[in-house]
Design a protein around this ligand. Structure first.
Ligand SMILES: Cc1cc2nc3c(=O)[nH]c(=O)nc-3n(C[C@H](O)[C@H](O)[C@H](O)COP(=O)(O)OP(=O)(O)OC[C@H]3O[C@@H](n4cnc5c(N)ncnc54)[C@H](O)[C@@H]3O)c2cc1C
Length: 451
């Protein structure tokens, strides 16, 4: 395919990535006189905040993902192309696909997000998968469920223990959610199903280098979250710095002393690394090194475009963006879905303003607060409400609020209904229904590991 052959009588906008930022940008231009091409390497938009539910067998994949093509079936100015963008040539105003195909643009929005980073220790990845895509969630689900299978088959008590020890590294919202739910599975979902092991004796370790969980939340909510995790049976190990991960477990530094946590199943929920397209953009736009931060995010201008390249905007987790407050202050924008969505809308509005020869607007982030669930009936919330202002709460009310918000923001009515029904069932029965895993290859490979 050489899309130079496809002519666009109207301004052609390419959006790379159909996550929260890309989706919102395309939707914001639905009534506009532009041709939009969305390029994504997957065929679906993914609701990442509920990915941990797929990883812990609570929800099936279609409940939290929807085909991109389906989402835009009625938006006639959108063409969806599945493929990976591997290069961008700012001078030629073109993006390049993995097979060398080229597609030209008048305006470009790069919304390719971020993934997990191992702080330069990429060799840890095979032993401690992170959670970013559906494939990651399937991999983690498989590892967790098959660890119980290994334990049931193991006759040596000592050799069984590592299979019944699960570690989650990083106590941000994802780590806290994963650890809380894994403890619930061990204590409530599985006990009646095994004969040789008592799944309730499984240990779930939440390993964090900082001195408290949920560092982005106020200390009072961190304390509440830790109490709720402990009551669910999670062992919270703060001030434990990870120094090594391999097939046999994790090395940690505690008060200057090296220790080993022996375990077979590790989930990585620490560290972020921006999409490599940030670096490519910096290169092709001849931007100096200080336009990229440590994680590879690229600095954007107040209107979300790149310096000297007004036709290129970057939004979402890949953008190192500031919020321009009414009082003249600036604040960093956090890597969360409301940030990506709001940036997507502003970048789209600014493209339309440029086309109309009007001035662009600076980005201002509206912060609605933060929430994290810990498990059944427990969550922590810090939210900004009209009239009453900022409120902090935890426990059942926070969990109900979390549930409402997540169901509300899910894509599509059918998904909302099905997720609600699945949760109601799981709540009443303690069962987690998405537990079917297929294939035996990895099971055999792991069982051959030396214990
Ligand atoms: C497990 C998890 C839980 C989270 N929980 C919350 C939460 O509770 N609340 C919250 O607000 N935020 C949460 N977040 C953060 C939130 O999901 C992100 O901030 C948000 O997804 C960022 O949106 P984005 O559009 O920048 O990127 P993404 O949503 O990550 O989308 C990027 C898209 O680009 C595509 N892509 C990437 N590279 C290429 C390429 N080279 N070519 C083509 N396509 C490409 C990807 O396939 C993807 O579809 C969570 C994130 C994770 C991983």
């Amino acid at each position: 395919m050489s899309n130079t052959a496809v002519s666009h009588p109207r301004p052609h906008v390419i959006i790379v990535g159909c996550g929260f930022g890309g989706l919102e940008a395309a939707r914001a231009m639905r009534k506009s006189d532009v041709d939009i091409t969305i390029i994504d390497r997957t065929n679906h938009h993914l609701f990442q905040p509920l990915l941990y539910q797929v990883a812990t067998a609570g929800l099936p994949a279609p409940s939290i993902a929807a085909p991109t093509r389906f989402l835009f079936r009625e938006q006639r100015n959108v063409t969806v192309l599945m493929g990976e963008v591997v290069d961008i040539d700012a001078a030629a105003r073109s993006v390049y696909f993995e097979n060398g195909d080229r597609l030209g643009y008048d305006h470009l929005i790069v919304a390719s997000g971020a993934t997990h980073g191992y702080f330069g220790n990429d060799h840890w990845a095979p032993f401690a998968p992170g959670l970013k895509t559906l494939e990651d969630a399937f991999d983690i689900r498989r590892r967790v469920l098959l660890a119980f299978e290994h334990a049931e088959r193991e006759t040596d008590e000592l050799a069984r223990e590592p299979w019944l020890t699960f570690a989650v590294i990083g106590a941000g919202p994802t780590g806290v959610e994963m650890a809380g739910t894994m403890a619930e599975i061990a204590r409530h979902t599985l006990p009646n199903e095994f004969r040789r092991i008592d799944s309730r004796k499984a240990r779930v370790l939440l390993v964090e280098g900082a001195d408290r969980v949920l560092l982005a939340f106020p200390p009072s909510l961190s304390k509440r979250a830790e109490e709720q995790l402990t009551s669910l049976g999670v062992e919270v190990l703060t001030s434990h710095k990870v120094t090594r991960i391999d097939a046999d477990g994790i090395g940690v530094l505690v008060n200057g002393v090296e220790q080993t946590l022996v375990c077979k199943t590790v989930v990585w929920a620490a560290g972020v690394s921006a999409s490599p397209l940030g670096k490519l953009l910096a290169k092709t736009c001849a931007l100096s090194d200080d336009h990229l931060d440590r994680t590879g995010r690229i600095r954007v201008e107040p209107d979300l475009s790149l310096e000297n390249r007004p036709e290129i905007s970057v939004v979402g987790d890949l953008a190192l963006a500031k919020s321009f407050e009414k009082n003249g202050d600036t604040k960093p924008v956090p890597g969360v879905s409301p940030g990506a969505k709001q940036m997507g809308r502003v970048a789209a509005a600014n493209i339309l303003a440029r086309i109309a020869g009007k001035p662009t607007q600076a980005f201002r982030y509206k912060d609605y607060g933060a929430l994290a669930t810990i498990g059944r009936k427990s969550a922590v919330v810090e939210a900004e409400f009209p009239v009453i202002g900022k409120v902090r709460f935890s426990g059942l009310s926070a969990w109900l609020f979390w549930l409402f918000v997540h169901v509300y923001f899910l894509i599509g009515f059918r998904n909302r209904l099905i997720v609600l029904m699945d949760w109601a069932w799981a709540y009443g029965s303690f069962n987690r229904t998405a537990r079917v895993v297929t294939g035996t290859e990895k099971f055999e490979a792991r069982s051959e590991r030396k214990l």
